[in-house]
Ligand binder design. Structure first.
Ligand code: SAM
Length: 286
């Protein structure tokens, strides 16, 4: 039995409210195929009964498993290449110069999926000699999905996963073989603090950051939600902080929180404080 139209509408609303995820009506088949196993797992007689449960008074577990089932976790090491090259070439050197030597550097990976993004950053920091240095480094990484965070926390990746984005030299340097899989070096894992956070409501308690990655997640949200998240992220960055989005993403025209940086797609900064004549110090001027 399939999800009836009314139940499908309630499901769309529930997902939007609880996770921000937008499901369009043409995704009915996807919803059905992903939720059927959840309905079975939770003991509902069919999908329609599960949809009714979600529409009426859903249990927390049913909501969490529904979000888990509908979220897309696609990711890879050094995804898109360019932002990591920018970090290496000028953003990280400029950040190091702008902060006193003992000042901790804090990075945030929002919607980190199975951990390839924070680990790529940790590898880069290690290769630049910054992980072993006197300056404390932390990479706070969060996702809404318990299941994906559980995977991320193991630091273990398949042959296929490590070969998506990593050179043989990087695999050799940063992983040890574990049967058919690869385990990330403990010093990389030690730099990463994985947390369960819903990007819609959990950001204020995370503290301040120098650089925020928020890549390939805003695409799933509507414009008001994107604007709310961008404003929340702007509050977590100092004036010279940097926001890195996915290569095909941009900030909203109507959001005053960030502007594209001059060089390089996907890199955003706070608008200059015109009256004070202050320009962000971490980015190239010209
Ligand atoms: C496509 S992955 C992006 C992974 C990584 N940032 C990248 O660019 O490769 C999107 C991730 O966003 C997470 N996500 C979706 N809604 C979220 C929310 N409301 N709060 C936190 N994470 C969320 C999903 O669980 C998924 O792991």
């Amino acid at each position: 039995m399939t999800i009836r139209e009314a139940a499908f509408q309630s499901l769309i609303t529930l997902l939007r409210q609880k996770s921000g995820l937008i499901i369009t009506p043409d995704k009915l088949y996807l919803v059905e195929s992903r939720l059927r196993p959840v309905a079975e797992l939770l003991g509902f007689r069919d999908l329609a009964a599960f949809a009714d449960h979600l529409a009426l008074a859903p249990s927390e577990r049913a909501v969490q498993l529904t979000i888990e089932a509908m979220a897309t976790h696609e990711t890879s090491f050094f995804r898109d290449g360019a932002p990591f090259q920018r970090l290496k070439d000028d953003l990280l050197p400029a950040l190091t110069r702008a902060r006193s030597p003992q000042t901790p550097l804090r990075f945030l990976c929002a919607a980190c999926s199975s951990g390839q993004e924070p680990l790529s950053l940790a590898m880069l920091l290690d290769e630049m000699g910054m992980l072993a240095g006197p300056r404390p480094i932390s990479i706070v990484s969060f996702d809404i999905s318990d299941q994906i965070l559980e995977k991320a926390r193991t630091g273990v990746y398949s042959d296929f996963q490590v070969n998506r984005g990593l050179t043989p030299e990087r695999i050799q340097r940063h992983f040890t073989r574990l049967g058919d899989n690869y385990r990330a070096q403990p010093k990389l894992m030690a730099a990463i603090d994985y947390r369960k956070v819903n990007i819609l409501n959990g950001l204020a308690g995370l503290g301040m950051f120098d650089i925020i990655f928020c890549r390939n997640v805003l695409i799933y949200f509507d414009d008001p939600t994107k604007a709310q998240i961008l404003s929340a992220m702007a509050r977590l960055l100092p004036q010279d902080g940097v926001l890195i989005l996915g290569s095909s993403e941009t900030v909203l025209k109507e959001s005053a929180a960030f502007v594209p940086e001059r060089i390089g797609r996907g890199v955003f900064v706070k608008p200059p404080i015109a009256a004070a004549g202050v320009m962000p110090s971490l980015v190239a001027r010209g």
